[in-house]
Design a protein around this ligand. Structure first.
Ligand code: DP6
Length: 323
């Protein structure tokens, strides 16, 4: 039995669109920060049973096609013919409003490959995790991580954006803001497929996002949190422009999302760095300077007393947990 933990990540340059949905190859490279707050722990045991089994937070669940796909890849690589018993626990506080597929498939890739006796490199783990969920390729690593779009299965992998550092001393904080706990209306897979197929702006998005990677890497190297935030906010809104320009159009914004964005801009006018990013749901994440966290939460709570904030710092890459 092997047990692994992986943390979720927030994309600063987003992955939005699959060039090859079977191989999970994206149109553009993406860049994220692994967080220290929200994680999944998964144990995998290979057993003499007829079928794979999956428990989430102690309750038996159907084994999704994506889980089967990742386990099948592990069986193919190891030659093992057994069934997998998978137990997963999500440590994502209800107040977080963060998706967990990134942490889930990163933890599954590490636990399943180790349980099967494989000793995969970080790059191989990133490729394996990518087959479960694109963003999971990045959660194999801690700190700032770039997922190279690549040309084929072996060239589409993630690695640290800046070599040899998990950047835990970086003066950045991410505030996860909860505005809505309801289920996503359009999954990220379905949303990106609609943008790719119907938004006339899609090709411009993919080119612009790719061009943002070296700019973001330079801002990270300079530890320029204001630059990182400004680039991330622009990139997020460009991604969301491909949903508003799809046919039929759709959006992940809720009224509160726009109110929070407006408030962030007001806080910036007061001289604090506070930028917004948003994934395939209405809950924004604020990008700010570590030293400003209390002041920014205070500013928000003056106007929105019921909002919940979870303050996150850079987190570690996936690792094995000893029982
Ligand atoms: C908006 O990785 O959840 O969060 O590959 O279909 O599992 P699948 O999609 P997923 O998409 C993440 C989209 C995003 C941006 C990002 O994390 O880069």
């Amino acid at each position: 039995m092997s047990r692994a933990r992986a943390y979720t990540n927030i994309a600063l340059v987003k992955y939005w669109g699959k060039r090859d949905p079977q191989q999970m190859l994206p149109f553009n490279s993406s860049l994220s920060l692994t967080l220290d707050q929200f994680y999944t722990e998964t144990s995998v045991t290979f057993v003499d049973d007829v079928a794979d089994q999956f428990y989430l937070d102690g309750e038996v669940q159907p084994v999704s096609a994506k889980i089967t796909h990742v386990i099948d890849l592990v069986r193919a690589q190891s030659g093992l013919q057994k069934a997998a018993l998978i137990r997963s626990d999500n440590h994502v506080p209800n107040a977080a409003g963060l998706a967990s597929s990134a942490s889930a498939f990163a933890a599954l890739a590490l636990a399943a490959s180790t349980a099967a006796g494989l000793k995969l490199s970080r790059r191989e783990l990133s490729i394996l995790a990518r087959h479960g969920s694109g963003s999971a390729s990045r959660s194999i690593y801690g700190g700032f991580v770039v997922w190279h779009a690549g040309q084929d299965d072996q060239s589409s992998f993630a690695e640290p954006a800046i070599a040899n550092t998990e950047q835990v001393d970086f003066p950045i904080a991410i505030l996860a803001v909860l505005v809505d706990q309801s289920q996503k209306k359009v999954s990220s897979s379905a949303g990106m497929a609609a943008s790719v197929a119907t938004s006339p702006f899609y090709p411009v998005w993919a080119r612009t996002a790719e061009a943002a990677i070296p700019k973001m890497t330079a801002a990270i190297a300079a530890k320029a949190v204001d630059k990182i935030g400004a680039l991330a906010e622009t990139n997020a809104m460009q991604m969301h422009a491909t949903t508003l320009s799809a046919d039929p159009p759709f959006t992940y914004f809720e009224p509160e999302t726009l109110q929070i964005w407006e408030k962030a801009r007001e806080i910036r006018r007061k001289g604090l760095n506070c930028y917004v990013t948003l994934d395939a749901g209405p809950n924004p994440k604020l990008i700010c300077q570590l030293q400003d966290v209390e002041k920014i939460i205070h500013e928000f709570q003056k106007e929105f007393p019921n909002l919940t904030f979870t303050s996150c710092r850079p987190g570690p890459g996936a690792y094995l947990v000893n029982e």
